[in-house]
Design a protein around this ligand. Sequence first.
Ligand code: GTP
Ligand code: MG
Length: 323
Amino acid sequence: MLQRTVSRAVGAKLRQIGSRGGKAAQAPLDRLSVRELEVFRLIGKGHGTRQIAEELYLSVKTVESYQAHIKMKLMLQGSRELVQRAIEWRLAETTTRIIGSKQNDLVALGLRQRFRDAGVFVVSLVSSPGAGKTSLLEQTLTRLHPRFRVAALVGDPATENDAARLARSGAPVRQITTGTVCHLEAAMVETALDSWALDDLDFLFIENVGNLVCPASYDLGESMRFVVLSVTEGEDKPLKYPTIFNTSDVALITKIDLAEPAGFDWDAALASIQSVRPGMRTLGVSARTGAGMGDYLALLESGLAAARGVAVAGGAAVAGGAS
Ligand SMILES: Nc1nc2c(ncn2[C@@H]2O[C@H](COP(=O)(O)OP(=O)(O)OP(=O)(O)O)[C@@H](O)[C@H]2O)c(=O)[nH]1
Ligand SMILES: [Mg+2]
């Protein structure tokens, strides 16, 4: 049977939230399994047994048995107490999330100011895993390095492979290992920058963790965010992940050398992007053949010039229609 699951990481996070603050602090939530926590969370959202069963693709009987286990593990007397405890926990969870995202916004605000003061143009790349971020950055750093002072930060859950690839360009590169966290946060960027003299840079590139969901909620203080979509991923990606397109400035279609063999439908892809984000600037590139790199690099250079208050031919760096 098809079942929705929450990951171990989500389960750990939910328990962690449940162990903080208010009455929920006393709740021994770590006794619950990941699936019980998910049921508990939906109870806290006010969902009834039947609704939970439908949402999790479970039978009503199974949900009832989870509810019984939760009551037993949390030593709750009856259904009313279960609902009350779940709502309290849900409220604490929501508050924690709001505070967390506000904290990130504050750090990002500080970073943006530092970047502006230093006159460094900061570009971040987000995409699903394997869309071609590192390959594009390898080309970007190599091509910009002779004329500009460039550096990169690269987020990866486990390895330093991408940092090693980027370092071959000769530009300074730092790795941010995120572990189980599926996105970069402003504080991670701040820490990674540490002793770097931003005044000595023209461009700073940030490769986010390959993920189209988590990074959307985290401002990194960047000047321009590219959402990268490769031609082998499906033209409807923007429709499936609208938030990341709405929080990005430019859509970059990568691996265009594969467009034809992959049967990529340009019109459908552009229509998807425009339906989610009307007027979004869209570029196509191939890190393999170099196709489209000229326009892409010109956009970066105009962004840098705009950031430094120099007049730029070709209009604003961020706004613009699909091309
Ligand atoms: N044909 C072709 N292949 C590409 C291109 N860009 C990247 N690739 C290939 O796509 C694969 C993934 O590329 P990466 O650059 O590692 O992708 P990524 O987005 O950095 O991946 P993660 O960091 O794991 O999210 C590699 O095998 C690349 O060689 C391109 O323009 N054309
Ligand atoms: Mg990469």
